[in-house]
Design a protein. Structure first.
Length: 273
């Protein structure tokens, strides 16, 4: 991850909720000077408001921000139609707007902010612990330097993958954006299954939670493919194989997840209009 010590201009963070706050924490850790940050947030949390003492500008008049290098849009998509268009006055020839708003397209951004450099991205909730993954797509106006800067900013909350086709954002939303909920559901389902075979419910919940969390961490740290890690757990004709015979059957987990991801992709396209 690159540092932000040499960042010039002002970074305007629009929305300082959980996602925006997590990103800001990462940027400051990377060396971004607090005086270079302007936060637009109607109801800042106490920890955000306290940053004013470090030099962060909280809700400055838009007219006072004349050197915005980046406008980072981290508001909820439901309020974007009201919040984003007034920000057009901040756009300069060298400004790049970066959105982490679900469902808001590059066309929406360009319609609201003008024909400048825009990046649309979709992070996920593990960003809260800097273990997220973000998929990003630039428009044709984004320079290599702006893409590098956007990558650095988004990297503060985890890994970043770039695509050139915006249509892929809907599929990425269905896999990684919504994906944490699928994993949490797996922990819930595994706990219920454990209780169904006789484990005390609270013990089953602890076992399921630790197993899902530990396996995720092993997958994160290991260079091996998920399939190899699965095979390493599976002894021939053993207990794991018996369970996998059910999960990997023709009507098992694969077709179910394919239907789920397809449904999420379809809904993402509908929400994007």
């Amino acid at each position: 991850m690159s540092a932000l010590n040499d960042f010039t201009g002002t970074l305007v963070l629009v929305g300082a909720g959980k996602m925006g706050g997590a990103m800001l924490e990462g940027w400051l850790a990377l060396g971004l000077k607090p005086a270079q940050v302007a936060i637009l947030e109607p109801a800042p949390a106490p920890e955000i408001a306290a940053l004013k003492d470090r030099g962060v500008h909280i809700n400055p008049p838009l007219a006072s921000v004349t050197d915005a290098s980046v406008i980072l849009l981290a508001v909820k998509p439901q309020v974007a139609n009201d919040v984003v268009p007034p920000l057009k006055v901040l756009m300069r020839p060298n400004t790049v707007a970066v959105s982490v708003m679900a469902g808001k397209t590059l066309a929406f951004m360009q319609g609201a902010l003008g024909d400048g450099a825009m990046v649309r991205s979709i992070p996920n909730t593990p960003a809260a612990i800097a273990r997220g993954i973000t998929v990003a797509v630039p428009n044709a106006k984004v320079t290599e330097a702006q893409r590098t800067l956007a990558h650095t900013l988004l990297s503060s909350i985890g890994a970043v993958e770039w695509v050139t086709d915006e249509a892929l954002i809907d599929a990425a939303t269905a896999v990684s954006g919504s994906g944490p909920a699928y994993v949490f559901l797996l922990a819930e389902s595994l706990a219920r299954a454990g209780a169904a075979v006789g484990l005390p419910a609270d013990l089953a919940a602890r076992l399921a939670r630790a197993t899902v969390a530990g396996s995720g961490e092993l997958l994160h740290r290991s260079p091996l493919d998920a399939a190899v890690l699965r095979q390493n757990v599976t002894s021939p004709n053993g207990t794991t194989a018996a369970a996998l015979n059910v999960l990997m059957a023709a009507d098992g987990l694969d077709p179910l997840l394919e239907k789920a991801v397809a449904a999420a992709t379809k809904r993402s396209r509908e929400l994007a209009g």
